[in-house]
Design a protein around this ligand. Sequence first.
Ligand SMILES: Nc1ncnc2c1ncn2[C@@H]1O[C@H](COP(=O)(O)OP(=O)(O)O)[C@@H](O)[C@H]1O
Ligand SMILES: [Mg+2]
Length: 346
Amino acid sequence: MSQVLIQDLNIRFGGNEVIQKLKLEVKAGEFLVLLGPSGCGKSTLLHSIAGLNPISGGRILIGGQDMSTAPPSERGLGMVFQSYALYPHMSVRDNLGFPLRMAGLPKDEKDRRIAKAAAMLQLEPLLERRPAQLSGGQRQRVAIGRALVREADLLLLDEPLSNLDAKLRTELRRELKQLHARLGNTMIYVTHDQVEAMTLATRIVVMYQGEILQIGSPAEVYERPSSLRVASFVGSPSINHLPGEMRAGQFCAGPLQLAGPSAKAGAISLAVRPEDVLIGADQPFAGVVDLVEPLGNQHLLWMSAGDRTVCAVLPGQAGLAAGDTVRFGFDSQRLHWFDEAGQRLG
Ligand SMILES: Nc1ncnc2c1ncn2[C@@H]1O[C@H](COP(=O)(O)OP(=O)(O)O)[C@@H](O)[C@H]1O
Ligand SMILES: [Mg+2]
C-alpha cells in the first residue's frame, strides 16, 4: 500500500522552479531517505508533504486521500524540523505534551502517549528537566519525541542529526533505525549525508536540482548508479572518475588502457570505487604514490598515472610512502561505464 503518492509536483518560489514534475511513491512502513546536495529541494519537498508550503502544480495523496491543499493539522503526520526549537521554559514532559495540548487531548491519553514516547527514546529520567539541562543528543531525542506523541503513521524528519557531533550522530542514527523497526511506521528522512542515507534507508531517493536522479535500495544505488552524478555523490571517498575515449575497442584514459564496453569510438567515462582498485606486482598500470592517508583499520592511497589521479582504499597500515612506485589495476567485475552525457552504459 502506498502511504504517500506524489504526482507531477511543481513548486515555485517567485519565478524559481524548485521542484519540477516530481513523481514519487512512498510505501507504507518504509524508511525512505531523500538524499542530495544542499539546495536541491529536499526540505521544500518535505514541507510540501507536511502542508507547510503551497504547491504550484500536481497532487499529494496521503493514505489514499488527496491532501494537496489540506492544512498541516489534517494530514496526520509528525515532523522533526532541521532547526528544531524546544520551549526553554518548559520541562521535557511539557515539551513532549505540547502538540497534544494543542490538539485538545484528554489528560489520561496525553500522559499515556508522553510515557510511551519517553520510554521509547529513553527520556524517562529526564522528564522534569528543562532543555538547558540536557545534552545535544538528549534535546534531539525530545524533538523526535514531540513528533512521536502524535502516534502518526507517517513521520517526516528533516536532517534531524545534523546539529550533533559525529559520535552522537552515529549513536542516534542507530537508535532511529531501531525505533523504526519497533514502530513499523513510514518515515521520510531528509539528509545530505550519504552515510546516513546508506545506513538508514530501505530506499534512497537521490535528488539534484529539484529532480529525482535515481530511486533504489542502498545496495542498488551504490552498486548500479544510474548516472555519473549519482556515482560521484554516493560513496566516500568518492568514486574514481576517469574520462576517456574508445579507440579500436580499447578504452583509453591518459596512460590507462583496458578493454572497453563497446566497439563504438567516442568519448565515454569509466568510474571505479576506491575499494575496487587493486594493488600488486601483476597489475597492468604503473603509478606513483602522491599521498597516504591512514584511517586506522585501513588506509587511502592516492596515486598518479600520467595526468590521472586514482584513489585506492586498502586494509591495515600502508607499507608505502609518497614517491614510491606501485602497480595497480581495477577489478574487472566492478567497472562502471557512462556515456558522454553521464548516463550509465549497460
Ligand atoms: N521560502 C522560500 N522562498 C524562496 N526560495 C526558497 C524558499 N525555500 C527554499 N527556497 C529555495 O529553494 C531551493 C531548495 O531549497 P531547500 O529545499 O531548502 O534545499 P535542501 O533542503 O535540499 O538544502 C533553494 O534554492 C532555496 O534557496
Ligand atoms: Mg534542507
